[in-house]
Design a protein. Structure first.
Length: 496
């Protein structure tokens, strides 16, 4: 019982009850400390649980028998949204059917008795939360017709169902379209609906006149080795690596004839030179948007650039630089800002690859330093230090290791808001952390591509890969880029 009926309340007891009112929200209708507030116990799911499979959850609980419960409501707070759910009461037991949103969900259970006394219990449920297992097999493959081949364009010419040298980060739009940067074919493919079986053909191509073409170019509709794509509800972004730029569309392009509206990193759509300044790029590896901020991994400049608003004109300068002390130095591990390469620090980067942000937190695959860095808040100042490191014991170490906590040249990092997934390329594996760590060198929970944390074998099968270039996670699948194919690992809890 959270509260009991008390007799002869002392001053100390009264103070304790007042604190309970403030902390546990147990008060009567006049907001006085209340010792007769109904008791609540959540019996399922366990508060703080990671919810796998469906986002439809039935919360179960009980209330104290000495209270007449007249109302039980649940409030879900996911990405700022609040929805009330009525509960079914059966004596002292209740159930409520909830639909969880992405990331952390705050659940508030509110009980009132017949005299107006009330109590609230608040807890968190995390969704989506996949349940991968060590060495699990892929369920299907994109770009090939079987698990035993991995040839560029299947040993022939480009087609709607082939890939060549994919190196970048993919993205899913509104749970219905998967966009893939087909780097070697200088194009971006769109699959609508998202593939669920091997040998699926794309039905959207950007950067080429048709699915059989693979020429590079520098224009508002052509690319050179694109390695990252991102999409919001209304805007589309491509990290056009070979042209040292990021392209922005104000609307989702439906076909290859739709020209980009703006270019970042260049003054116009015909330029492609690299540079080291607040408005230039050199080999951008990935692009991401969070909380209306544009984030770009400027790989060859050893930095991350952040625009505090989405650019609406060409060549706009970035607002914040991460990994460097200023916009005019671009060497690896330059913690002093003097243009001299040094040793790793919490403020430096060395050829960063993949990035992920939810608008609050920032993850960076710091490839050259064999680590992944976590900022608990999106940086707002130049050279802001990272808070946590994965793969190393501290911020000044850069050792490639094959252990449950070690990394070797990680090319990519992604998240569903609750789990972290890393393409540990040099160790030929993918690692999964089921929670965001609060301390350095946290142990990974799951390894994909190997049976254990100390193996490094490669191959072409449903359980082994060769290149481990990039990863992407959605509610149901983990997508792993493997050279000329994408291996798709489905959450076992969602396989029918």
């Amino acid at each position: 019982m959270l509260f009991h009926r008390l007799q002869n309340i002392s001053l100390r007891q009264m103070i304790a009850a007042m604190l309970a009112c403030l902390v546990l929200s147990a008060c009567d209708k006049e907001d006085d400390p209340d010792i007769t507030a109904p008791d609540i116990e959540i019996t399922f799911p366990e508060p703080g649980a990671n919810v796998t499979g469906s986002n439809a959850v039935t919360v179960q609980g009980t209330v104290s028998s000495d209270a007449v419960v007249v109302e039980v409501t649940h409030t879900i707070e996911a990405t700022g949204d609040k929805v009330e759910f009525d509960a079914d009461l059966n004596g002292t037991s209740f159930t409520a059917d909830l639909t969880l949103g992405n990331n952390a969900n705050t659940v508030v259970t509110w009980v009132k008795d017949g005299t107006g006394n009330s109590q609230r219990v608040t807890f968190t449920l995390f969704y989506p939360q996949q349940a991968p297992t060590n060495g699990m097999p892929a369920t299907f493959v994109i770009g090939q017709n079987s698990f035993t081949v991995n040839d560029p364009n299947r040993g022939s010419t480009p087609a709607a169902n082939t890939l060549s040298g994919v190196q970048g980060s993919m993205i899913e739009w509104q749970n219905r379209t998967l966009y893939v940067p087909d780097t070697g074919n200088h194009r971006v493919l769109g699959f609508n609906p998202v593939p669920t079986a091997s040998d699926t053909s794309a039905n959207i191509v950007l950067g080429q006149a048709d699915f059989a073409s693979a020429s590079s170019g520098t224009s508002a509709t052509q690319f050179s080795s694109p390695s990252g794509v991102f999409v919001t509800d209304t805007q589309f972004f491509i990290a056009d690596t070979g042209n040292n730029r990021v392209l922005i569309w104000d609307n989702i392009p439906a076909n290859n004839t739709v020209a980009a509206n703006y270019v970042v990193g260049q003054t116009d759509f015909s330029a492609s030179a690299s540079g080291c300044s607040a408005s230039t790029l050199s080999g951008p590896a990935s692009v991401f948007v969070g909380n209306n901020k544009l984030v770009v991994a400027d790989n060859a400049n050893n930095r991350i650039l952040i625009w505090n608003t989405i650019p609406s004109a060409n060549a706009l300068a970035a607002d914040v630089v991460v990994g460097q002390q200023n916009f005019d130095t671009c060497l690896p591990n330059d913690s002093s800002g003097t243009g001299i390469s040094g040793t790793p620090a919490a403020t430096t980067l060395n050829n960063p690859g993949g990035i992920w942000t939810d608008g609050t937190r920032l993850l960076v695959a710091d490839t050259g330093n064999h680590r992944v860095l976590l900022w608990n808040s999106l940086p707002t100042a130049n050279g802001q230090a990272a808070d946590v490191v994965l793969g190393q014991v501290d911020m000044t170490t850069a050792v490639a290791e094959l252990t449950q906590s070690g990394l070797n040249s990680p090319q990519s990092v992604t998240s569903n808001g609750n789990q972290i997934v890393v393409a540990d390329s040099g160790n030929a594996r993918v690692l999964v952390w089921n929670t965001f760590p609060a301390a350095n060198q946290a142990l990974a929970d799951v390894v994909i591509g190997q049976n254990d944390f100390v193996s490094t074998g490669t191959g072409t099968s449903e359980t082994s890969m060769t290149s481990y270039d990039n990863v992407f996670i959605n509610r149901k699948n983990i997508f792993v880029v493997d050279g000329n194919r994408i291996m798709v690992f489905t959450d076992p809890s969602q396989i029918q």
